[in-house]
Design a protein around this ligand. Sequence first.
Ligand code: IVH
Length: 687
Amino acid sequence: MASAEHAEGASDAALRISELRISLEYHNRRYHEDDDPEIPDSEFDLLVNELRRLEEEHPELASESSPGVTVGGAPNTTFAPVVHAQPMTSLDNAMDADELRAWGSRIEKALDGEAARYVCELKIDGLAVSLRYEDGHLVTAATRGDGRVGEDVTANVRTIQGLPQVIDGVPSVFEVRGEIYMARSVFDALNVEATKAGERLLVNPRNAAAGSLRQKDSAATARRRLSMWAYQLGEAAFDVAPETHTETLDFIRSRGFPVNPEVAAFDSFDGVLDFCVSAVDRRHELDYDVDGVVIKVDNLDQRRRLGFTSRAPRWAIAFKFPPEERLTRLIDIRVSVGRTGRTTPYAVLEPVFVGGSTVSMATLHNEDQVRAKDVRPGDTVIVRKAGDVIPEVVGPVLSERPDGLDEWSFPEVCECPLKSRYVRAAGEADTRCVEPQCPFQRDQKIMYWASRGAMDIEGLGERTVVQLTESGRVRDVADLYALSVDDVEALEGFARMSAEKLVAAIDESRTRPAWRVLTAFGVKHLGPTAAQALASKFGSVRAVLDATDDERAAVDGVGEVISASVTNWWADERHRDLVDRLETADVKFDVMPASSTAASNLAQTLDGRAVVITGSVPGYTREGGIEAVVARGGTSPGSVSKKTYALVVGDGAGASKLSKAETFGIPVIPAADFDRFLETGNLPSEG
Ligand code: IVH
């Protein structure tokens, strides 16, 4: 019995191994030879790990040529083959802290307890190259290829700025290895150009770098503005060789090669783990993609003793970041209607854990985007969630598309009970619902009113809003203020206490500052910053609405577009009626933030200054941070510009804001110094 089971297990395994090998060979080719991978690296790694595990459990099925053992792809015939003087091996991966610790223990054991020092480097997501210098002259640049034979890309590598072509003071044979990458800023700029020219977009910086390096025409490579970080030596005929990796990096740097500054050496493994954790947090602040941390034993003699396995060095390991791209099934494409009637198609996904949270929905933006991506219900799709960016569907995995899947088409009518017709005007990207009585728009308007950035009514979420409107108790936001505790308690899911809480929260919102009321109206173009400027200039909601176009447009930070939009909104009878009813319901229109009233004694340390806040600041909500700046006389716009006075940076800060601040030379205030900054208004250099 047991042996029959075993035989069955073995034949299952044989089948799965063969499936995995075929699949991996296909994806290997797409990645290494076509520069056009179809699945995320994380999914590829999962397949490799499964294959390696099965091959270990069934040594009789192992094979030297299995993609579980070999690395990379076959060289492309466009470029001449280059046999590497020393093989360019891959790295083993640690997928989590436990696997990383296990590697550390293996090192300690293999060194018989001898102390080891570890160097941590960022794992750059580009493609590996080896630059060979003879008598100080660059003679060959080669890709990794299958690790033994790569492709000759010398002419193209010569176009990369900042790589020395001739160097002094190096051994007669000297190979420097590193990663060629495309900076994020270059990638974004090239895609802006491609959009303008109506050309195909680059998918991601890594593919863009690989594709750019393998152009037949070097001038085309030059236009792609590639970069390189050097991190290792290949063959190098030193008289006196460096003894540690740290010395090697110093030497490479001293010869003019770009060496990534984010390197640190640790004598304890705790330091290594801390570095990895903080690298995960900082990855989005960098101008290049990083997919992990490479940890290397520093001492080169220890490295020699540790040696290599069949596929990778024992003395180094790649700690892979949690994936930001995963595969999942696209169950359906549905359409949501926003408060202005704009519709957004969105993907309903089989839930997948990606980028630190479980994702079951992702926006698809508009009809053209769905068409461009050609995603269809039933497809296996790549879902991406990077940092604090909302999740997106990158595209389908075409090789996994079941037969007979129909292309998705935009529905003609809304799902709502009115079944209203959608309209897409000529030349517009958006499809709209133009039905004035649209129940979806009405619900969204109420939710927007209650949202944190507007009237901030805690506990008034979508479910409650829908119950309130469907039961007919609430038709618009003014009706909220007539709700009794009994009304709310009658809703599903409410007990006496929670009903009292909600009614109290609604009541509390009556005294929100005027800028919040203005924001909560949802007037097109009128965001919190302009609303703050208007409210503090005119002193009340009505005064803002009744001011002339020119009076409003003259306010700093407002301008003609916003002012005209307010005029337009205020010309609508329904809005005038709403404002009257809100006033009757005792919603206050002239509350100013504590600081700008005469009673306030807060020093106006930021008078007229724009302070942008990015990431979370301990002790403040997002709105709380903005209010604190406003209370000091400043404004807090959502984006950095030349006029920004300072950028306050907390955890999870946006990379683009930081790099913009750097470009414009705008002072950066760490979140920990925010309170002091509010009190003094002083920039770091002013002490
Ligand atoms: S060292 C024998 N250091 O990651 C060790 N590799 O998955 C050679 N990579 O093939 C590699 N950043 O293309 C090393 N700081 C770094 C790296 C790095 C990125 C790439 C490299 C390598 C792959 C392994």
